[in-house]
Design a protein around this ligand. Structure first.
Ligand SMILES: O=C(O)c1ccccc1NCC(=O)[C@H](O)[C@H](O)COP(=O)(O)O
Length: 199
């Protein structure tokens, strides 16, 4: 089970995620209580070993803004939320980063349909921590896809069993308040996701 921990802002939480075995960690570079500057993302990403994917999260920025912030932050992946046309993904190909498309259950659920490498199927309001009917997408997404939206250490096993994703992505569920991560919750989440024995 591939696990991404999103919305990290402090070195101690980056370390906790890496040491607990996260496959990917995300930095939010869009409007949010979790927002960090590209310079801060670079500082945090510089401490991450190369086997862990560093991801910059965007929602609504132009391709030019995404490109600039990605280069500035030095991350290895870009996650785009919202209704981006295929051309926006194509335009980022030359950066050589992993492209992640994030959308709701009504989006095109074929990973790769927009030339992306990974797909996230998320709640209607990304980063809100609101659970949704994960079972509604069971059997529908194709390829490498992560389930997100309202996951936490206590429900991730149930969510995995309901939707049978390739991976999971969490932010609010490993926080004690919006934007405030907790190392213990990060470890518990990774432990619970891995204990499902899938993948
Ligand atoms: O985290 C945010 O505030 C955010 C804002 C705008 C677009 C995306 C955002 N976050 C993306 C993620 O953290 C995850 O991909 C996912 O939505 C997890 O959300 P949740 O675990 O429900 O908080």
């Amino acid at each position: 089970m591939y696990v991404k921990i999103c919305g990290l802002r402090e070195p101690e939480h980056v370390m906790a995620a890496v040491e607990a075995g996260a496959d990917a960690i995300g930095f939010v570079l869009t409007r949010s209580s979790r927002r960090v500057t590209p310079a801060r993302a670079r500082e945090l990403a510089s401490t991450v070993p190369s086997h862990v994917l560093t991801v910059a999260v965007f929602a609504g920025e132009t391709s030019h803004e995404v490109r600039q912030a990605t280069l500035e932050s030095g991350v290895r992946a870009v996650q785009l939320h919202g209704d981006h046309p295929h051309e926006d993904f194509t335009a980022l190909k030359d950066l050589g980063v992993t492209l992640v498309r994030a959308g709701g259950a009504a989006a095109d659920l074929r990973c790769g349909a927009f030339d992306e490498d990974l797909l996230i199927v998320d709640a209607p309001r990304p980063g809100s921590g609101q659970p949704w009917d994960w079972s509604a997408v069971r059997g529908r997404p194709r390829g490498r896809w992560m389930l997100a939206g309202g996951l936490d250490p206590s429900n991730v096993a149930e969510a995995i069993s309901a939707a049978e994703p390739w991976g999971v992505d969490v932010s609010s569920g490993v926080e004690t308040a919006p934007g405030v991560k907790d190392s213990g919750l990060i470890r518990s989440f990774l432990d619970a996701a891995r204990r499902t024995g899938r993948g």
